[in-house]
Design a protein around this ligand. Sequence first.
Ligand code: ADP
Ligand code: F6P
Length: 326
Amino acid sequence: MASIKTIGLLTSGGDAPGMNAAIRAVTRSAIYNGFKVKGIYRGYKGLVENEIVDLKTQNVSNIIHHGGTILKTARCKEFKTVEGRKQAWENIQKHGIDALVVIGGDGSLCGARQFASEYDFPIVGLPGTIDNDLSGTDHTIGYDTALNTIMWCVDRIRDTASSHERLFFIEVMGREAGFLALNGAIATGAEAAIIPEISTEVDQLAELIENGFRKSKNSSIVLVAESPVTGGAMGLAERVRKEYPQYDVRVTILGHLQRGGTPTAMDRILASRMGAAAIDALLEGQRNIMIGDDDERIVYVPFSKAIRRDKPIDRDLLDTLHKLSL
Ligand code: ADP
Ligand code: F6P
């Protein structure tokens, strides 16, 4: 493998708080180790459309505390095509980029894997998504901040829910994964979490209502993971209105609120550790891996494993939620 002199860096897919801390860490650690850094705007779109600039250490000053991503992000249909990736490859060569660091979620790492194998090109990924749905890492960058935002919002909804004695379905993000819903439910003392991972096993709504979820209180909060499998908060509320009309039901969809805001200390630290680890990995000759954290240790996770979409939810947490919602 030719030696690496210049590293390209991009953020792709849904933004996540902590991406800026990761950009800072990758840039500074790369420069510290003698590499040049090129920032690519708007994820793969910037790679295809040649929006590429030099990144110096001062370009990443004063960003660690900001949500979003200074490199912007996008979804790029062209990169899913052979022609689009060829265009990206030409721009990579034009800028003398020898390796890429891609910060993004499942889709972005799928794209990285495809490109890396097509062009035999070294890529290291960082898990940047609020969904926490990448396998091989306990946490993804942005997840902790989103969880804290959910907690903040639900605490406020609880005041009105209990005053009006209502049943609230609060929909959270997660794109087919229940981590935000389940952990958000534990953190807010919700009655239940309705998540896609167990939707095929039980009718979670029927179980919740028929097990007498209102033994000791008159209001209830249920966190629902967005997903066609759960039916989402709207779908569940509709069912309640038809099947259990005795409940006064309301819906709140937290939506993109969950993606913004100042990253928590946990996310800043995770992003900083992972950003530095991406450069260490390239120095060690690693390629086509995602940086993960396993019990506070940095690990290298092959892309094929990271994107498998088989990260299990913690079933003990479901049990705990059930016990505590008495
Ligand atoms: P996330 O990374 O947050 O999961 P997306 O799923 O939207 O976000 O993916 C981000 C981008 O990654 C897509 O817009 C596309 O450019 C690229 N991508 C996703 N899947 C593939 C694929 N199979 N092949 C090539 N590129 C892909
Ligand atoms: O992957 C992050 C995420 O926020 C998911 O939780 C959500 O399903 C999706 O992105 C929404 O994407 P957008 O509104 O940006 O298209």
